[in-house]
Design a protein around this ligand. Structure first.
Ligand SMILES: Nc1ncnc2c1ncn2[C@@H]1O[C@H](COP(=O)(O)OP(=O)(O)OP(=O)(O)O)[C@@H](O)[C@H]1O
Ligand SMILES: [Mg+2]
Ligand SMILES: [Zn+2]
Length: 670
């Protein structure tokens, strides 16, 4: 042992960093100023120094760690005895041991050795005190004895060493404690075998590791497997992981490894003048048509550039909503996107709660609270696909609003106060209220979603299932081909596409003056058009849409791996935005794009007409009800035909502005 101790002491002295400085001496001297207790040792350094010791560390971690702690503490004693006195010992944490074990592959054979796992934290308990040394009071002779507690369950001494009495009492106030916290880690969605549920493990973290990570964080954990006997007769043991070191990994690559060969393939692909088209054709190739939606998904995957200003953070994420008739491929598109996006999550609004989407503090069996991450948090820096958004309960859906705007989730409950990141792009799908999309109604009437939620989406698309012999033939041919197995092959293989997206995120294209000018020109034109609508304008196209346009422009530049945006990028962003506005905002009466629909729920021309009718009803009824025939006649005098009048009356009846006290009579709901 002494031999290993000397060798490790030497290792701490000798190991050099890239600048030739003594790496661990430097790290040790940094502990006190930063109030840290742990020295982090890279396993590869030890391996380079002494292969044998590094291997023993993996097989007998307890022994070698004890020696390392002694060696590091000895160094601290020479350097700063006062600080050592304060922290008792220097903790030693091992980062990047070899052989990462997938969570689902952890086996009994790993018990006792040092392993590394990676995953995403889904739950965390609040910190609790753990007894490290239990103080026992002998009821026979009043002797106090401090008994170390190295095991997961409390081990009282058998009898008093002085008087042999077996009547011993635990004295909590004189026992010694350290912080302990339980975490649950799950396999990262991107590591899952297709169609598999994620496996999870329980992890115990102690001491200064407590509170280091939050639900939603992606982590690499160095740990040992501990088995506990919960019941003396049971042969199977409960097990958990005891963390030695936790490292949050926050890279944008979503856990994807990009090799130099990958990089070569990516750069070569980016040179292709048809790259945009090739990527577009690689988005959900089994779905025929829906080109503009696929383009929107493409930009959503690449996302715009997030800006960290001194006072605020402006998100770069693009949110897209698909509203459509049943069986039009929405769910398929969402599934595809969740699979392709680095850190993609697919969830359905049906049965989802606010907590399931964001995060929750839940009461544990034993009393305390645990913090549990929901879909938006798990998809941090990724894409969260929410199917059947309309099937969610109103109060649950409300939780999405702040997450979409601020991109964080705040939790303050049961002693847990946490802010979790939810920097995610959202792709959502919904059905129209009455099953099918009604073009004579506004988008807000067609889907049962509040306007405040609608205008948080950068792009909204309507998919209608209209019989169209030519298109139908194409789709059926396409589906048949897919089923025969000869379906369309994506020009860019999905694996490469994922890596391409992850790689592209390294680039933050700058918005050039020319492309910015193009966007502002479009914006001002839209503003003017909405003024020309007549009446003092209600809310019109807002700064929000400008930000959306910028994000789309940046995303398109990023897709080309360009450092700057071009006028073409801006034009494409404008064209896509226009397509979306036409689909949701087109005023069916005038045929003009009418942003008012998005915000007030009704096109302006319809609002004007409805107001005329309401005025007539008020005038004619004078507090009573008006007969329908009289009303039609009066309206005809104002140039509103019978069929049109019936439609408008229908609209007013549906929103409850008027009602029929007796059949054939109308009256205003005051
Ligand atoms: N344009 C299309 N091209 C190829 N296949 C399609 C197309 N539209 C729909 N399909 C096929 O029809 C089936 C139903 O699609 P999907 O489940 O995605 O519909 P949906 O829009 O989610 O419907 P719902 O609103 O009822 O949930 C899928 O198997 C899908 O492949
Ligand atoms: Mg569906
Ligand atoms: Zn005694």
């Amino acid at each position: 042992m002494a031999q290993e101790y000397d060798r490790l002491l030497q290792f701490l002295e000798d190991c050099k960093d890239a600048d030739g400085d003594a790496k661990y001496e430097k790290a040790l001297s940094g502990l006190a100023p930063q109030n840290e207790k742990s020295l982090i040792v890279d396993w590869n350094d030890l391996y380079a120094y002494d292969t044998g010791l590094a291997t023993t560390l993996l097989n007998e971690p307890q022994t070698i760690l004890r020696e390392l702690v002694a060696a590091a503490s000895q160094k601290m004693l020479m350097r700063d005895p006062a600080y050592l006195q304060e922290i008792k010992t220097v903790r030693v944490r091992i980062r990047s041991p070899p052989f990462e074990i997938p969570i689902r592959m952890i086996r009994a054979s790993h018990i006792g050795s040092l392993i590394m796992i990676s995953g995403v934290i889904t739950r965390a308990t609040v910190a609790k005190p753990l007894i490290t040394d239990a103080m026992y009071l002998c009821l026979g002779c009043a002797e106090l004895m401090l008994v170390p507690q190295p095991y997961p369950t409390l081990q009282p001494p058998e009898k008093c060493p002085t008087c042999q009495s077996r009547r011993l009492l635990l004295d909590p106030s004189q026992s010694k404690y350290m912080d302990v916290q339980w975490l649950t880690a799950q396999e990262r969605p991107e590591d899952l075998p297709p169609g598999q549920m994620p496996h999870g493990v329980r992890i115990r973290v102690r001491d200064d590791l407590v509170g280091k990570v939050n639900p939603g964080d992606r982590v690499k954990i160095t740990c040992t497997i501990e088995a506990v006997q919960t019941d003396k007769t049971n042969l199977t043991l409960d097990s958990y992981l005891e963390a030695n070191h936790i490292e949050a990994i926050g890279t944008d690559q979503g856990g994807l490894e990009i090799t130099p060969e990958d990089e070569e393939a990516i750069l070569e692909l980016a040179e292709d003048p048809w790259i945009h088209r090739r990527l577009l054709q690689s988005i959900a190739p089994s779905i025929k048509g829906l080109e503009e939606i696929k383009e929107a998904i493409l930009y959503l995957l690449f996302r715009g550039v997030a800006k960290e200003l001194p006072d605020v953070r402006i998100k770069g994420d693009i949110n897209v909503l698909l509203v459509g008739d049943p069986g039009t491929g929405k769910s398929q598109l969402l599934q595809y996107t969740a699979k392709t996006a680095p850190r993609g999550i697919l969830t359905t609004g049906r049965g989802s709660t606010a907590a399931g989407l964001t995060a929750a503090a839940v009461k544990e069996k034993g009393g305390g609270f645990i913090l549990e991450a929901g879909a938006l948090v798990l998809a941090d820096r990724g894409v969260c696909c929410i199917d059947e958004l309309d099937k969610m309960r109103e109060e649950d859906r409300g939780a999405i609003h702040p997450a979409m705007e601020q991109q964080v989730v705040n939790i303050a409950k049961g002693g847990i106060v946490a802010t979790l990141n939810a920097r995610t792009a959202i792709l959502a799908a919904a059905n129209p209220v009455l099953g099918r999309y009604n073009p004579y109604q506004t988008i807000a009437e067609n889907i049962n979603l509040p306007v405040t939620l609608l205008n948080r989406f950068d792009l909204i698309f309507v998919i209608r299932d209209l019989p169209n012999p030519e298109k139908d033939a194409q789709i059926v041919e396409h589906i048949l081909a897919t089923h025969r197995g000869g379906g369309v092959v994506a020009p860019v293989d999905p694996g490469l596409l994922r890596k391409y997206i992850a790689y592209a995120k390294r680039i933050n294209p700058e918005l050039t003056e020319e492309s910015g000018a193009r966007l502002s020109e479009f914006y001002l034109e839209m503003r003017k058009a909405s003024l020309e609508g007549g009446e003092a304008s209600a809310i019109t196209i807002t700064a929000r849409q400008v930000e959306g346009l910028i994000r789309l422009t940046e995303a398109r530049a990023r897709l080309h791996l360009r450092e700057e945006t071009t006028v073409e990028d801006a034009d494409a962003a404008i064209a896509l935005t226009q397509r979306s506005l036409e689909q949701v905002g087109v005023d069916v009466t005038t045929g003009k794009v009418d942003i008012d629909i998005l915000y007030s729920g009704k096109p302006r021309s319809l609002q004007v007409q409805l107001q005329v009718i309401l005025n007539v009803i008020s005038e004619m009824s004078r507090g009573g009800a008006v007969r329908d025939e009289d009303l039609y006649e009066a309206l005809a005098g104002k140039g509103i035909g019978r069929a049109e009048a019936a439609k408008f009356i229908g609209v007013l009846m549906r929103d409850g502005t008027i009602f029929a006290p007796t059949p054939g009579y109308y009256r205003r709901t005051s």
